[in-house]
Design a protein around this ligand. Sequence first.
Ligand code: GLP
Length: 234
Amino acid sequence: MKLVTTHGAGEFADVAAAYVARAVAENPRLSLTVPTGSTPVGLYERLRAARRAREFSLDDATVFMLDEYCDLPSYPSQSFVSFLRDNLGDVIFNPSTTRHLLDPWREPADYDGALDVAGGLDLAIVGVGRNGHVGFNEPGADPSARTHVVTLASDTLEANFADTALSSRPSRAITIGLADLRRARSILMLIAGQNKHEVADLVAGGLYDENVPATHLLDHDDLTVVMADDLLGR
Ligand code: GLP
């Protein structure tokens, strides 16, 4: 594992954007995941600016959404596809990029088929939840699972829907499984955000815990972790 510790949201986003720009420069036709959440917002701002400056594009790439809610009463509002439209815009929503969106009605096996046609993932970009989830592979996730529907953990719902009435929250989500993330040729794991110091310390220490999905990726031989040390709510 290569661990990069950053200070401040700006440096965190700069380091992540430089990694992605380098990966795309080396292989413009790469297949990659795009995560959601507050963690990659600065990265996506930089990718949008770089595209506007004609310094970066995913036009030849194949993009896979990492996860999506299944039974979100407000869909598409609050959905991850709306998040990606708002935050990545024409970096991926353009006529050239090959996009695989996870919608609530999609069969998990179809998504695995698309992953197989792409030859698997070249780059898995993942964020990490407070409970250590990656995508929506929640604690206890099967490391050999491919795309599947999960029941969301209560702490995940509290973290993601704190301001939403219980009756308006989803209960399930669809996610790429740990098997495809572990098989990716390289992994970029981004860790930032309140109440994440415990999972960050496990990852930084290289400590495997079967109940912390992020640690299932620690034995990957091309794993880069970018950790916003002062933004973990210590
Ligand atoms: C969400 C998503 C993950 C994301 C994580 C972190 O629930 N399922 O893909 O990486 O939680 O979110 P945030 O960056 O907002 O802390």
